[in-house]
Write a protein that binds this ligand. Structure first.
Ligand code: 6R9
Length: 656
């Protein structure tokens, strides 16, 4: 159950073609796939243009499919007008889908709700009117800090309906992390709940919002809307805080969808990078709508009878594209689950599959590894025969976990789609289409039709088959991020300049290492920058370091990832203390707690090691490579000649 190493992946020779039964009923069979790939390769811009016309409703047509005259700033469907909330709701109301389940929701305590498309539309229109009544206008940023309840999706769709820009902050982030994101986005309003259920306990979201706003720390925020979910006592600030259910009663259920320019902002979503400050990834309306829509349809072979369940949280891009926008744009039934497997019910996921007859299940390798550990008896005790397709996302999946997933959950009959993509890409970039592409455990397989992925060296030259290199995308695509919120220079620097443009051709640098085999299959090896992937959550080592050095006892901190059987990567922090501070268990506890307070529990270090000094180069750069080896318990290999003080390494080895 270890992470895929180069060795394990090179030895992986198993191939799983789609069954004849699956392929014959699939939306995209092998012939259709070939035709799509050829068409897309011949003229990618025309390919996307045709799909946009065919798959989405437009209030006004576009004049130019792609404007790439000012790279790396792309514009798609220039001049076109549409509204994603219209595409997710209104257009289904004139069809038989009007009374189809749009969202099936299951709460952790066992309560549940189903909203049809007509009901969801009504709730969204009402909430859009609530936002308007509180002064929210087109272009305003609205923070969404919510548990996994339908109101999270309703809030997002209501923003989109009136042209407000949502900035969803994962409910597991701390008050401090929330504050940073609200301040960066100049949010005018925050939508939250009293709390949410997670592992039999209440996550006190409203308390965190109060803390984030304390002392006028976010002066732009004028109102807070609170959903009543867990019903514990909370503070309601008069004039600022309002109950969702009270205001929903006061407004009309009619709210036309605002015609949005294709390039109007749809949302900002913060993600970690190589520096201490998370960046606001900007997605716009038209390109994102098409990309979330078509990737959902093809990758998940969406059928009208499907009950589709993605276990992500709406606070992550996977929740945006594959719980809310992609499925609803297609008129599918999307299942939302509030809880997580927990001691009181380790089999709760399998209960949900059995209860609703889930057909399509999309989760993360870290969850699969946790299921393996919890034992086969839990899935074995439930009827999982409704499943027909499985998916994974978030990190490389080790072949053994893949095989377990295929056998135990998929009953050896369900294809697995391993989808490689990022917050920045908006949707799937490398994935199999389940009726068409044979899978190899551990490989995300091939680029989505229309995506020109490559593995290159630092000069942008393609590397030979089976050699490691940097994963890049050679041509713009509709779902690509448009910029970093408020910092276009950072967008250019982070994604487009590591590998300099070649003869005017810009390459999107994903930050992942990869190799491609002789069959054209991609094997993603993990991040090549200072980003670590803990349980499929992306964290910047610098972010955790800044949190640590904000503690008064800490002089200097260096954070690295180390392989972890369950979480993919665990967090190890090397720390030098201010003089006169004693190390001890209490301090370790305190430092871990401090990081959880600054960022969130997901960033809590697994191990803290104290040291008199950190290994640095003569120019003062911390040699993380050495720390990574030490953290993983490996011998330090490679060149250490640039180390300023060799005795530091010896001391670290001895654990002093
Ligand atoms: C969707 C999402 C993106 C990073 C990405 C890569 C890793 C995601 C993967 C995968 C191997 C897969 N990643 N899916 N690595 N195989 N199928 O996770 O977005 O949170 O932005 O993370 O996750 O390292 O660069 P995000």
């Amino acid at each position: 159950m270890s992470q895929p190493t180069i060795e394990s992946i090179l030895q992986e020779k198993r191939v799983f073609p789609p069954s004849a039964e699956f392929a014959s009923a699939a939306r995209i069979n092998p012939e259709a796939y070939e035709a799509l790939c050829q068409k897309a390769a011949a003229d990618p811009v025309a390919f996307w243009g045709e799909l946009a016309a065919q798959e989405l409703d437009w209030f006004e047509p576009w004049q130019q499919t792609l404007d790439w005259s000012n790279p790396p700033f792309a514009k798609w469907f220039v001049g076109g007008k549409l509204n994603i909330s219209h595409n997710c709701l209104d257009r289904h109301l004139t069809t038989w889908r009007k009374n189809k389940a749009a969202i099936i929701w299951e709460g952790e305590p066992g309560d549940s709700r189903t909203l049809t498309y007509a009901q969801l539309h009504r709730e969204v229109c009402q909430f859009a009117n609530v936002l308007k009544s509180l002064g929210i206008q087109k272009g305003d940023v609205v923070g969404v800090y919510m548990p996994m309840i339908p109101e999270a999706a309703i809030a997002m769709l209501a923003c989109a309906r009136i042209g407000a820009v949502h900035s969803v902050v994962f409910g597991g982030f701390s008050a401090e992390a929330l504050r940073d994101r609200l301040v960066d986005g100049q949010a005018k309003l925050v939508v939250t709940a009293d709390g949410g259920w997670r592992k039999d306990a209440i996550v006190p979201l409203k308390d965190s919002v109060d803390q984030a706003l304390e002392g006028n720390a976010c002066p732009s925020v004028q109102h807070v809307l609170v959903v009543e979910r867990t019903k514990q006592d909370i503070h309601m600030e008069p004039g600022r805080d309002h109950w969702w259910h009270e205001l929903q009663q006061t407004v009309s259920a009619t709210c036309p969808a605002e015609p949005m320019d294709s390039e109007d902002l749809l949302f900002v979503l913060y993600t970690s990078g190589s520096t201490g400050k998370p960046k606001g990834v900007v997605h716009t309306t038209g390109g994102y709508n098409l990309y979330a829509h078509i990737t959902t349809q093809w990758t998940f072979d969406l059928q009208d009878t499907d009950v589709y369940w993605c276990t992500a949280d709406v606070g992550w891009i996977t929740g945006h594209s594959y719980i809310v926008y992609g499925p609803l744009s297609n008129g599918a039934t999307t299942l939302m689950y509030e809880g997580a497997p927990r001691a009181s019910n380790p089999g709760c996921f399998w209960d949900v599959i059995e209860k609703y007859g889930v057909t399509t299940f999309y989760t993360a390798p870290t969850a699969i590894r946790a299921f393996i550990k919890m034992g086969e008896q839990h899935p074995a005790a439930r009827d999982l025969s409704s499943l027909r397709l499985l998916g994974t996302v978030g990190e490389p999946i080790n072949p053994e976990a893949w095989i377990w997933y295929h056998r135990v959950i998929g009953g050896d009959r369900c294809p697995i789609v391993d989808t490689w993509w990022q917050t920045e890409t908006g949707g799937h970039m490398i994935t199999s289409l389940p009726g068409a592409v044979p899978t190899k455990p551990g490989s995300a397989t091939k680029p989505f039709p229309g995506i020109l992925a490559d593995v290159v060296d630092l000069d942008g030259r393609s590397v030979p088959d089976n050699e490691g290199g940097y994963l890049v995308i050679r041509h713009p695509w509709p779902g690509m991020m448009r910029t970093v919120y408020g910092d276009p220079d950072r967008f250019r620097r982070t994604y487009w300049e590591h590998i300099p443009p070649q003869n005017g051709q810009y390459l999107y640098f994903a930050g992942d290492g990869a190799r491609r085999d002789a069959d054209g299959y991609f094997w993603v090896m993990g991040r090549v920058d200072d980003v670590i992937n803990v349980s499929g959550h992306r964290l910047g080592t610098m972010e955790i370091e800044s949190a640590l050095v904000s503690h008064p006892a800490v002089a200097e901190a260096a954070v690295v990832g180390r392989p972890d059987d369950l979480k993919g990567e665990g967090i190890v922090a090397f720390i030098t203390l201010e003089s006169g501070i004693e190390t001890g268990d209490e301090l370790v506890k305190d430092l871990k707690k401090h990081v959880a307070q600054e960022i969130g529990a997901i960033a809590r270090p697994d191990e803290i090691r104290f040291s008199e000094a950190l290994p640095k180069t003569r120019s003062g750069k911390i040699m993380r490579r050495l720390l990574r080896s030490l953290a993983a318990g490996q011998e330090v290999s490679g060149d250490t000649s640039t180390l300023e003080d060799r005795s530091v390494l010896d001391k670290l080895r001895q654990g002093t």
